[in-house]
Design a protein around this ligand. Structure first.
Ligand code: ADP
Length: 324
């Protein structure tokens, strides 16, 4: 199965702005597309339109080239896993998983056990959902989604309510899902680190518009638009006016060195443990540089910055689109 959407426009009654504004994207079989964007960007709306829970005002959703936009949700065979998992609390995990299999007209204890083991909830089959940790519930929800044998797997912020240590383990399971599920996976998150580590492809959705789609490292290093440059990253890309355009460079690409070409004065130092962010006032404006934790430069000191040309990105200041 492959998924594509064409020029989707969708919104809600009494909501002024379209939640999705001409969103077109393609996800090949066996590909995980991570969709990242700030809260309110339209990510959940996109998944709901694809799953058939919300009707698009116009545009098309296609599975293997055939339109599914007029099909009811149950005929689309899209499994949607939410941040608040929806396991039935009056059933054990095993019963929840069997239920998913039956909804697919199949049965098989072996299959339930196999998927449960793959998602590391094999030891929890006889418990009720409320007796599980958040991470276990989330993994059981994904197991249940896989057992319903969907054409498409749609994951909506499945890590949002988990502790940092659990996030990593559930994230690993999501990456592992690829070995058992051949269809397209759409993974929605507001966290760019999650998105970059889970996605084969990364899409950035902001204000209902798809700002960029591509290989995650490319989108990070060479964003197509200013909105992406500002949104992706631990810190936004540094941006300053440069001959009628805006020049952007990521903080970790700025070098602090005696033979730098941009003089400045350090105004702020923020340590993260792993490294340090220095804010440097220059005649081009404030430039943030990420330097190693061992760096001793203090606020008030002068610094020379080097902005390597290969890491600079130029944006049209009118359209916000990258020009080189
Ligand atoms: P995200 O998942 O990226 O946080 P959503 O898709 O939930 O964004 O929301 C996109 C926009 O649509 C937001 O402006 C949100 O306020 C609006 N919206 C979402 N759900 C509804 C709803 N049920 N009724 C009205 N507006 C909604």
């Amino acid at each position: 199965m492959s998924l594509s959407t064409r020029e989707l426009i969708a919104g809600y009654p009494r909501h002024a702005r379209a939640a999705l504004d001409r969103v077109s994207l393609e996800v090949a079989r066996g590909t995980t597309l991570a969709i990242v964007g700030p809260s309110g960007a339209g990510k959940t709306t996109l998944l709901r339109v694809i799953a058939g829970l919300l009707r698009a005002r116009s545009g098309d959703v296609r599975l293997d080239g055939a339109s599914i936009v007029d099909l009811p949700p149950q005929e689309r065979r899209a499994a949607l896993v939410f941040q608040d998992d929806a396991l039935f609390d009056n059933m054990t995990v095993r019963e929840n998983l069997r239920f998913a299999l039956r909804s697919n007209g199949a049965s098989g204890e072996a299959r339930v056990a196999e998927i449960a083991a793959a998602l590391h909830v094999g030891e929890r089959l006889d418990r009720r959902p409320r007796q599980l940790s958040g991470g276990e519930r989330q993994r059981a929800s994904i197991a249940r989604a896989l057992l319903s044998e969907p054409s498409l797997l749609l994951l909506d912020e499945p890590l949002a309510h988990l502790d940092p240590s659990l996030r990593r383990s559930v994230r690993d399971e999501i990456v592992g899902v690829r070995q058992r599920f051949a269809g397209p996976v759409l993974y929605v998150t507001h966290d760019h680190v999650d998105a970059m580590s889970v996605g084969d492809l990364l899409a950035v959705l902001i204000d209902g518009r798809l700002e960029d789609v591509g290989e995650p490292q490319r989108v990070y290093d060479a964003p197509r638009t200013l909105a992406v440059a500002r949104f992706l990253g631990e810190r936004p890309m540094n941006l300053f006016a440069d001959g009628g355009a805006l020049l952007g460079i990521r903080p970790e690409r700025v070098r602090l060195c005696a033979d730098g070409t941009v003089p400045g004065r350090v105004t702020r130092r923020e340590t993260t443990g792993a490294d340090i962010y220095l804010e440097v006032e220059t005649d081009r404006g404030t430039i943030v540089a990420r330097v190693p934790a061992a760096d001793r430069t203090q606020p008030g000191e002068n610094a020379m910055l080097d902005l390597p040309a290969q890491w600079c990105r130029r944006f049209d200041s009118e359209t916000g689109v990258a020009v080189a």
